[in-house]
Design a protein around this ligand. Structure first.
Ligand code: NAD
Length: 497
């Protein structure tokens, strides 16, 4: 059985006594074991990263830029290979996996512009003979703890920015699909990144707790479910670290009566069932406004039934299996519970069997109608291919519904009205908004982050917020007196003259 090991100081580091199985979700069979790090493994990674920081933080912007350009090129050349590695452990289609690599690569492209991004400012003559300038410096060793659903893209939200700004990085990826992290580590090495700047420790809560409390780690970036995001934020903050912690989601797509129904239903279907609904920006609630509901549900039903489900590496497949058997059972139980609580199951994805993959963790697309805000299918993040339709009378009612939801990651409005779109984007309490765009993931030069329980603390990831997060500012006030020039020292608080 293949063992997936840690990557410390530029090479694989043998596993200790603890491992956990890694499955192929399409077959349902175990395909590898992954090491689970102990405190000693995390200590070794921190020691390697701390030693590397001494030289990497002194490297020139030119050297760092060259590494980023080379790394970007390797991500282009190995997109298909990395896509297949992701698909084999996550279950998503290879094309979908390639999509996440492209979106993650955009962060590397942003980081390639670090020479411009890291420019400080200079103010001449703030007082007579006095100038001020500022610049930003790296923090030191920083860590990222990431979820299973984007094993390449979510870490790529973090490490290119952290490394480009002069930090050294420890990644703790999800133990369910760990191989992408090691592949990326090898690409960095080939790109010329010095050993110890990028490290991977695999593991579970024991590894996470070792990171959260480690005195040698300055900052922690986390993306995952809300309860763990809250735990990470609280624990790491208590240990004096800078923390960014992104949580779960329940994303609503509102459809107004003036929307192009065919267009909206197409977009919502892809947003709901793409990647089997295992996206933090997946559409999980369609809010039908006014008289649009019956027609919308009719079109959505046809499209849900047409989704091609199968193994992620087969051609023409649109939706793969869920990541684990537990996830499959959780999602199917939720559909049953919704029916018991009064929802109409328009399309029932439970019990789907794929020929030749009978033990795979498949469930088909499910469409629920007449869902209300009191039902569990509305309140819980199901993280599966289940779309719930909630019916309301007005746009304001739709906005109230969204604002009462504890999550605020993404939302979308389908309409032909600019006035409605403007009102929606100003009133809705959500961080990322799409107008006729179902999954509005911002480009890398903007930052990514939701509101409320979708982001604990105050720091979104990548883009300008990423630069701010991984660096500390310094402001320097300078005076160069002329030879023998005497400047009176005042005992009152210094003011400009
Ligand atoms: P998860 O919270 O179970 O795991 C995330 C990370 O935390 C993993 O590395 C895992 O090993 C670790 N972890 C799990 N349990 C832990 C514990 N008890 N103590 C310490 N560490 C623990 O999330 P997941 O199931 O891997 O990913 C799906 C979740 O991530 C969904 O809720 C989804 O919405 C969310 N997500 C959010 C975003 C976003 O940008 N807001 C992006 C992607 C995923």
């Amino acid at each position: 059985m293949k063992i997936i090991e840690h990557w410390i100081n530029g090479s694989v580091a043998g596993p200790g006594p603890r491992t956990t199985p890694v499955f192929n979700p399409a077959t349902g069979w175990q395909q590898a074991q992954v090491a689970l790090a102990s405190q000693a493994d995390v200590d070794a990674a921190v020691a390697a990263a701390a030693a590397a920081f001494e030289t990497w933080s002194e490297s020139s912007l030119t050297q760092r830029t060259q590494v980023m350009f080379a790394f970007r090129q390797l991500l282009v050349e190995h997109e298909e290979e990395l896509g297949r590695i992701i698909s084999a452990e996550h279950g998503k289609t290879v094309d979908d996996a390639r999509g996440e690599i492209v979106r993650g690569r955009e962060v590397v492209e942003f980081a390639c512009g670090l020479g411009d991004i890291l420019k400080g400012k200079f103010s001449d003559q703030v007082s007579r003979g006095v100038d001020v300038h500022n610049f930003r410096q790296p923090l030191g060793v920083v860590a990222g703890i990431t979820p299973f659903n984007f094993p390449a893209m979510v870490p790529l939200w973090m490490h290119p920015i952290a490394i480009a700004t002069g930090n050294t990085f420890i990644l703790k990826p999800s133990e369910r699909d760990p191989s992408a992290a090691n592949f990326v580590a090898e690409l960095y090495k080939r790109a010329g990144l010095p050993d110890g700047v990028f490290n991977v420790v695999h593991g579970d809560k024991e590894a996470v707790d070792a990171i959260l409390t480690h005195p040698g780690i300055e900052a922690v970036s986390f993306v995952g479910s809300t309860p763990i995001a809250k735990y990470v934020h609280e624990s790491a903050t208590k240990s004096g670290k800078r923390v960014q912690a992104l949580g779960g989601a329940k994303n609503h797509a509102v459809v107004l009566p003036d929307a192009d129904l065919e267009f909206a239903a197409n977009q919502i279907t892809a947003g709901a069932y793409g990647s089997a609904g295992e996206r933090c920006m997946a559409v999980s609630v369609a809010v039908a406004v006014g008289g649009v509901a019956d027609a919308l549900v009719g079109v959505l039903e046809g499209k849900a039934r047409a989704v091609k489900v199968g193994p992620g590496d087969a051609p023409d497949i649109e939706m793969g299996p869920l990541v684990t058997k537990a996830a499959q059972e959780r999602v199917e139980n939720a559909v049953g519970a919704a029916a018991a609580q009064g929802a109409t199951v328009v399309v029932d994805g439970r019990g789907l069997k794929i020929d030749g993959h009978e033990e795979g963790f498949f469930t088909g697309p499910s469409l629920l109608d007449h869902v209300t805000a009191e039902m569990d299918a509305y309140k819980e993040e199901l993280f599966g291919p289940v779309l719930a339709v909630v019916r309301v009378d007005t746009l304001d009612e739709a906005i109230d519904l969204i604002n009462a939801n504890p999550y605020g990651n993404g939302t979308a409005l389908f309409t032909g009205s600019g006035e409605a779109a403007r009102r929606f984007q100003r009133k809705v309490e959500v961080g990322m908004i799409g107008v006729n765009v179902p999954v509005p993931v911002p480009m890398s030069y903007y930052s990514f982050g939701g509101w409320k329980d979708s982001l604990i603390g105050d720091s979104p990831v990548h883009g300008p917020e990423g630069i701010r997060f991984y660096t500390r500012p310094k402001v320097v006030t300078t005076r160069w007196p002329q030879p023998k020039q005497q400047v009176a020292a005042g005992f009152t608080f210094p003011v400009s003259s």
